[in-house]
Design a protein around this ligand. Structure first.
Ligand code: ADP
Length: 259
């Protein structure tokens, strides 16, 4: 961590020192939720006791991605109990706090309160929390950096310029708050042919990596645009839970090394 920046290590009744990894993007639809789910699973596979917090108030998609859609967390002593998923990663989602299908129209203090409930839950032995933030730079992000002091942030971007400009704004928010940027992940980078597996680059190659270098932050890797990733995600079977560790394990290894 940088000088002057204090990482808040959450110590619960179980006395577990817990580190938070915030996953952010400048805009929606770039694959932030997909990356968060797969990163959490890959970290768990690498031996970290990892939990997942879905703080995306605009489109909480983790219950579907993690195959626990429709579940409701129970509470003990008014503190939430994370829901077990088939992938060894317990989950709490904003989507579990509202009626299914209802839009969340909360004001700042309510979102801050809800985020607090998800993070300060009965996480037990969990030592790493991956937090899927909403896109952009709103109330949830501010509460996240000011109150919950993540150990670092992972920024997700697509190769297109606009997403990169938006990503710069997200990077700015963390840097201004003194939260270290662990690095940038380029998603939908190149197109993986469903027939032969060859990856081609309809949007050009290397833009995100160059932008990361320019911004002085680490480049954690590329995730190809792959129909198999979308279909697996829709089916509640994140690819990182499978046997192919080529894409997500190296990203998780860099994040784990940071923690
Ligand atoms: P965000 O959280 O940034 O809004 P999502 O993770 O929900 O984005 O992804 C948006 C859509 O794109 C989803 O349907 C998801 O399955 C799909 N998607 C994300 N990453 C990839 C990828 N690398 N290849 C194919 N589809 C992807």
């Amino acid at each position: 961590a940088r000088p002057g920046y204090e990482v808040r290590t959450v110590v619960t009744a179980e006395r577990v020192a817990r580190r938070i990894v915030a996953v952010a993007s400048g805009k929606g639809g770039v694959g932030k939720s997909t990356l968060s789910a797969n990163l959490a699973i890959a970290l768990a596979k690498a031996g970290r006791r990892t939990g997942l917090v879905d703080a995306d108030i605009y489109g909480p998609s983790q219950p579907r991605l993690m195959a626990v859609e429709g579940t409701r967390p129970e509470a003990r002593d008014k503190v939430l109990l994370p829901v077990a998923t088939p992938y060894g990663v317990p989950l709490l989602s904003m989507g579990q706090l509202v009626e299914p299908g209802r839009a969340i129209a909360w004001r700042g203090p309510m979102t801050a309160g809800a985020l607090g409930q998800l993070i300060d839950a009965h996480w037990g032995a969990t030592d790493t929390l991956v937090v899927d933030l909403p896109p952009g730079t709103g109330d949830v992000q501010l509460t996240m950096v000011q109150k919950h002091r993540p150990a670092g942030a992972v920024i997700v971007s697509t190769p297109q310029d606009l997403a990169l400009i938006d990503a710069r704004r997200a990077i700015d928010l963390f840097e201004k708050a003194g939260v270290p940027i662990i690095g940038l992940v380029e998603n939908m980078a190149g197109y993986a042919c469903p027939h032969c597996g060859e990856v081609s680059d309809p949007f050009g190659h290397g833009g995100a990596e160059a932008a990361a270098r320019e911004a002085g932050i680490a480049f954690l890797g590329r995730v190809p645009l792959d129909i198999a990733i979308r279909t697996a995600s829709d089916a509640g079977q994140p690819p990182a839970a499978g046997t192919d560790d080529r894409v997500f394990a190296p990203i998780a290894a860099q994040v784990a090394a940071w923690l």
